[in-house]
Design a protein around this ligand. Structure first.
Ligand code: F6P
Ligand code: MN
Length: 352
């Protein structure tokens, strides 16, 4: 959907109708986005009531990844899968379900979804979100995950909703990235950012620094050089922001630039980082690329990576194009500063 020519304030439904009028093949994808938007309005109302609506952080079962599910994780999973059942969706891969869920056999599309991203921010009035990627459904005898094993380039559309001070839907249909903001009085999303362009350069980085001693060497070297500011090889001072909700960090990067890193590290189970390829990294990567930014695992473009399992993890670096390229040079061992860090050396602040 290219909305660059559309007026600010236009309702999402009107923008989707226009995209379908321009290309009838987008009708199914538009229906899925409309379903996600409807579910998001519901979930936003629940989150907006905060503690008045009960304990959204109440703990329940463990999900597929061993994380304890909170009440809001379960509610969001149910609301989104129910909405997708009414759309042309054959299968859903959700963070909150172990295997692929079959919704409408024979339907043309498949959706990978993180119904409630940023779970650690539930219950403390911080931003959380929902992430989704829409792909063609693939039927292959004996392969229950066939719809989800093509690289991220197979995605037809992707988006995320941020339930923050405002609720917003960031979306791409493969022709630019747009933001719609929820008009609570109208009960509808309205176009507020017709075409995002992420600045190519930035001094702002996002990483959970408490894991510094576990990071792999290229990331240690890169962050150390950021910390050295004007006294180091980057020759500029940096700023750090880490919200702990991927959606909120990604939205900041989309709106003002920056780089986000969740690398692989040497904690047990974190060799491939923490974030999931299908319903976190691939949708965010598509949104970034469509806004002129980049996304890599350090060595490969995220959108070129094919999943072999529904909940597979991937190291994730995304954001301002030049900064993502710089991080990749540290991985390639081509950066002269890489691996020569006094901070990480034997007597450094952060030991390798
Ligand atoms: O969904 C995983 C997630 O909650 C992301 O939203 C966020 O970026 C990340 O985990 C935070 O991880 P950590 O708690 O390790 O900093
Ligand atoms: Mn998540």
């Amino acid at each position: 959907m290219s909305t660059a020519s559309q007026e600010i304030g236009t309702h999402l439904d009107a923008c989707l109708a226009q995209a379908v009028a321009a290309d009838a093949r987008m009708a199914d994808v538009a229906a899925v986005i409309a379903a996600c938007a409807a579910a998001a309005i519901d979930v936003s109302a629940v989150i907006g009531r905060g503690a008045l609506g009960g304990d959204l952080a109440a703990q329940g079962e463990h999900n597929s990844d061993g994380d304890v599910q909170k009440a809001l994780d379960v509610l969001a999973h149910e609301r989104f899968t129910e909405a997708l059942r009414g759309a042309p969706v054959a299968e859903v891969a959700s963070e909150e379900a172990e295997g692929v869920m079959v919704l409408n056999p024979g339907a043309p599309l498949a959706v990978a979804i993180d119904p409630l991203d940023g779970s650690s921010n539930i219950g403390v009035n911080m931003a959380v979100g929902t992430i989704f990627g829409i792909r063609p459904a693939v039927v292959r005898a004996g392969d229950p995950i066939a719809s989800f094993t093509d690289p991220g380039t197979a995605q037809l559309a992707a988006g995320f909703i941020t339930y923050g001070p405002a609720t917003s839907l960031v979306v791409t249909l493969g022709a630019g990235t747009q933001i719609y903001t929820l008009d609570r009085e109208a009960g509808a999303f309205r176009l507020t950012h017709p075409q995002l362009t992420v600045p190519a350069q930035s001094n702002e980085y996002a990483i959970n620094a408490s894991n510094a001693r576990h990071w792999d060497t290229p990331v240690k070297a890169y962050i150390e050089d950021c910390l050295r500011g004007t006294e180091g090889p980057r020759d500029r001072d940096c700023n750090m922001r880490w919200l702990g909700s991927l959606v909120a960090d990604a939205q900041r990067v989309l709106m003002r630039g920056g780089v986000f890193l969740y690398p692989g590290d040497n904690r047990k189970g974190y060799a491939q980082g923490r974030l999931r390829l299908l319903y976190e990294a691939a949708p965010v990567a598509m949104l970034m690329e469509q806004a002129g930014a980049g996304a890599t695992d350090g060595e490969r473009r995220i959108l070129d990576i094919a999943a072999t399992g529904v909940h597979e993890r991937v190291p994730l670096v995304f954001g301002s194009a030049e900064e993502v390229t710089t991080v990749a040079t540290y991985y390639g061992g081509r950066n002269p500063a890489a691996g020569r860090s006094p901070l990480f050396g034997q007597r450094g602040l952060i030991r390798s």
